[in-house]
Design a protein around this ligand. Structure first.
Ligand SMILES: Cc1cc2nc3c(=O)[nH]c(=O)nc-3n(C[C@H](O)[C@H](O)[C@H](O)COP(=O)(O)OP(=O)(O)OC[C@H]3O[C@@H](n4cnc5c(N)ncnc54)[C@H](O)[C@@H]3O)c2cc1C
Length: 244
């Protein structure tokens, strides 16, 4: 691992550089890797983390939210280890990139809707669009507590500004102000009907399950075809059934 940077109080970004010379599969925009680590009890455990930057063939970047004990269970095992114990210079074991929720290159406008660490796959897809110098109409809708809690904020805002045809709207639980040059900031929960969205867009959602359920039904009520809405679930696959 070559870089560890604090994004917010709860989120740290890791950049790893490969040290083997095996054939590397380039990641598709939106894919994730599995990180495998030995836990304090000696067991090897896997966890998935979305890639938050386009590949350069050598480095991979991902961001980890610390999962805290909120009365219902213990602190998250791997996120705590990654936050507290893993240091620059340590070796991490990563899988090849995989995952089916990848950016469609059909040329249709794209709308990303994320909350909290759900920005991670969106950051990866945006980074790929910038690398491809894409002129696609892109709209990013993001919900968070406030500016300071918005992970990968600088990277994402920089990428939105670098794209020729991109807009960005924020929803904050606290206040309705951002230091970033965005197209709109609203107070409260995300309401996609508050902004103009392109016709015939493809939608990508990532965030807590109630967030994705609310945004998805708002979009479907507005006439968006369910087949045009994809979502990444940061948990067991069976959660996906709850969205339908
Ligand atoms: C496709 C995909 C992409 C993902 N991308 C990202 C990403 O980019 N960034 C990111 O931060 N995360 C991402 N995740 C989530 C990530 O993989 C981990 O699930 C997350 O980091 C938590 O892992 P952990 O080991 O810290 O928590 P765990 O130890 O797995 O704990 C998870 C939860 O279970 C509770 N729990 C554990 N044991 C018990 C018990 N005995 N009794 C009651 N409750 C218990 C814990 O309190 C905690 O709330 C992604 C997941 C998927 C599936």
């Amino acid at each position: 691992m070559v870089r560890k940077a604090k994004e917010t109080d709860d989120v740290v970004t890791f950049v790893v550089k490969r040290i083997d010379d095996r054939l590397v599969k380039t990641s598709l925009p939106g894919q994730y890797v599995t990180v495998r680590m030995r836990m304090p009890d000696g067991k090897l455990q896997p966890r998935q983390y979305s890639l938050t930057r386009a590949d350069d063939g050598e480095h991979r970047q991902f961001s980890v939210k610390r999962v805290r004990d909120e009365g219902a269970g213990p602190d998250g095992e791997m996120s705590t280890l990654l936050h507290d114990s893993v240091k620059v210079g340590d070796t991490l074991t990563l899988s090849l990139p995989y995952g089916d929720v990848v950016l469609d290159d059909a040329g249709r406008p794209v709308v990303f809707a994320s909350a909290g660490i759900g920005i991670a796959p969106m950051a990866g897809m945006l980074s790929h669009l910038v690398a491809a110098e894409s002129g696609l109409p892109v709209t990013l809708l993001h919900a968070d507590v406030d500016d300071a809690s918005f992970p990968l904020r600088r990277q994402v805002v920089g990428d939105i500004l670098a794209l020729r045809n991109a807009r960005m709207y924020l929803w904050f639980e606290q206040g309705a102000q951002s230091h970033e040059p965005v197209d709109g900031v609203f107070h409260g929960l995300m309401d996609p009907t508050a902004v103009d969205l392109p016709e015939d867009a493809l939608y990508y959602l990532c965030g807590p399950l109630p967030f994705m359920q609310a945004v998805r039904s708002g979009l479907v009520d507005r006439g968006v075809a369910p087949r045009d809405i994809q979502y990444e679930v940061f948990g067991p696959d069976l959660w996906q059934a709850d969205l339908d």
